[in-house]
Design a protein around this ligand. Structure first.
Ligand code: NAD
Length: 259
């Protein structure tokens, strides 16, 4: 039996993950953490939501965190103190968060994934392969659309796909990304990777990477129809990570794809 501790348990993803855990054999919810003011009380019948990740970390085999970047330092500290592996699905992470994850991974197993779906991780692999084979005369654009409640942009998955494209080209995304275009922007810069963001309705997550060449275009895309795909992937990742030695792991490791 693997006991999973959920951080952000009262949120949209937290609730979806709780349902997947309930339907997964040999897996149970050890407990859930959320902000005391979030208004959520029970994660499952009889299982109260608690306030402190440090307490939960001592009561489970693996933590799964889908909360907010501001909670990450506390959640990583809790994982380290209890020596409990942690899956981080929270997006909107910046350089300082990744530095904290790297530091924690020296002591405990950490798997961070902006998108835990099998399909997205597979297209990340395809995008990297395509970018490696097509020259810089093929312009790369990343398009994404999400529901109206999403607070960060571009999406973590959009950035993941942009990073995959940059890796295929052997360049650093930060050096070539065009995050926003407005006004007289001048012609497109060769070798840059552009991002376009749409928000609205209840869209769970649409992503498309366009390789635009002279006279032809390749489009590699993924449409998430339900949050359940992320929840299923997160639980799969948690079961895979439980008991693993310290280190930074990726969804590609879970899915057997090359890093
Ligand atoms: P949400 O707002 O519905 O839920 C977030 C929950 O975290 C809320 O209940 C909130 O109260 C709680 N929370 C916030 N700060 C906290 C803190 N300091 N301590 C404890 N709990 C805290 O959001 P959501 O749609 O469930 O998404 C959560 C995160 O997961 C976002 O960053 C989102 O972008 C990301 N996400 C990742 C994937 C993936 O595949 N990795 C998929 C969907 C969403």
């Amino acid at each position: 039996m693997t006991r999973i501790g959920l951080i952000g348990a009262g949120g949209r993803m937290g609730r979806a993950i709780a349902q997947v855990i309930a339907a997964t054999p040999d897996t149970e919810i050890a407990g859930g953490v959320d902000r005391p003011d979030a208004g959520a009380n029970e994660i499952a019948p009889g299982l109260q939501i608690m306030a402190q990740a440090a307490v939960l970390a001592g009561q489970c085999d693996v933590l799964v965190d889908f909360s907010s970047p501001s909670a990450l330092p506390e959640n990583l500290a809790a994982a380290r103190a209890a020596n409990t592996p942690i899956v981080i699905g929270t997006t909107g992470l910046e350089a300082q968060h990744h530095a904290l994850i790297d530091a924690a991974a020296a002591q405990v197993a950490v798997l961070q994934a902006a998108n835990t779906s099998l399909g997205v991780n597979l297209i990340g692999h395809l995008v990297r392969e395509a970018a490696a084979r097509l020259g810089p005369d093929w312009d790369i654009e990343v398009l994404e659309m999400h529901h109206r409640h999403k607070v960060d942009a571009p999406s973590g998955t959009g950035l993941f796909l942009g990073t995959a494209a940059a890796a295929g080209r052997g360049v650093d995304l930060d050096q070539v990304s065009d995050r926003a275009r407005d006004g007289i922007t001048g012609p497109r810069r060769e070798g840059h990777i552009g991002f376009a963001v749409m928000r609205g309705g209840s869209v769970a997550g649409d992503h498309q990477v366009v390789f635009a060449g002279e006279g032809e275009r390749i489009e590699i895309g993924h449409r998430a129809e339900t949050r359940e795909i992320f929840a299923r992937g997160a639980v799969k990742a948690a079961l895979w990570l439980a008991g693993k030695p310290a280190g930074r792991y990726w969804m590609t490791d879970v899915l057997g794809l090359p890093r």
